[in-house]
Design a protein. Sequence first.
Length: 323
Amino acid sequence: MRCRPDLIGRFMVHCSQLQPRSLQDNQATMPFFTQADQDLHYLVRGQGEPVLLIHGLGSSGADWAFQVSALEKSFRVIVPDLPGCGHSELLSQGARIESFATSLWALMDHLQAEQVSIVGFSLGGAVALEMALQRPAAVPRLALINSLASYRIDSFRKWLEARIPATLIPLLGMTRVARLSAARLFPEAWQSQLRERAVSVIGAVSAPTYLGLLKALEAWSCTARLGLLQARTLLLSGEHDYAQPAERSALAIALQASTLTVRGSSHGTPFDSVRATNAGLLAFLTDSSLPAATGWQRDQQLDPMPWPGAGSIAEEHAASYCT
């Protein structure tokens, strides 16, 4: 994939109008990095200690809009699109979590981020863990949101999570499956904005890409290597996440991790529990005490967080267009 110069020019003008200070201070000249002949899209916001945010299955870096707006005030926030996702190049055959981690380390080297704290959500948590195991000394802090150390099918629950989408996508298509997934993520009537956006984002992913990412996730496990991890770790989970509580507890013990469980939240914790997620991440990344447990609850119906608009990384991501 190669970028059209006229579109890149328009992208840079547009982004300079949105966030001139952040882009100039980070000397952003291109939102793409080529590694192993594959173009990887990324955005950088803010200044300070680098923090890498890795998105989940069926999404892109734009999904971190709620968190970037809070973190960019104190950190240099690096937000890539994983291979096959967002504006990055199409997923290659035989994609692996290990190769995703290697690609992101190449990007970190390109950005001269020798030490980087990493936050990963769902699929992104698997990539984050793999990165921290590939270079243990280079990751001082690791935050995993609704993620596990193994997605190999070793329980009936994991079989359902893997096999139901793989069966339904060829039968119903991505748009219908996206509606089912969004309804499960955000079931409340007042979450309609989040639900509609999830349908749009997940439904836009090609079936081969989505299934390829599922396959890569299912083949990955790092449980035998957890002893190599050096990062201080936070496990941030929704009370009603898809993962079984016993598996989450066992992972916390294995990692000697701090834990934060958000009451009422499902799998989409960064979206349905913005305040708790941001407060937890800010405290963890600044080596402060975690918020009091009374604040660990899902956003409320009477005070939902609107999706970030003008000037947000979501808008900047939308402006990053390549053909």
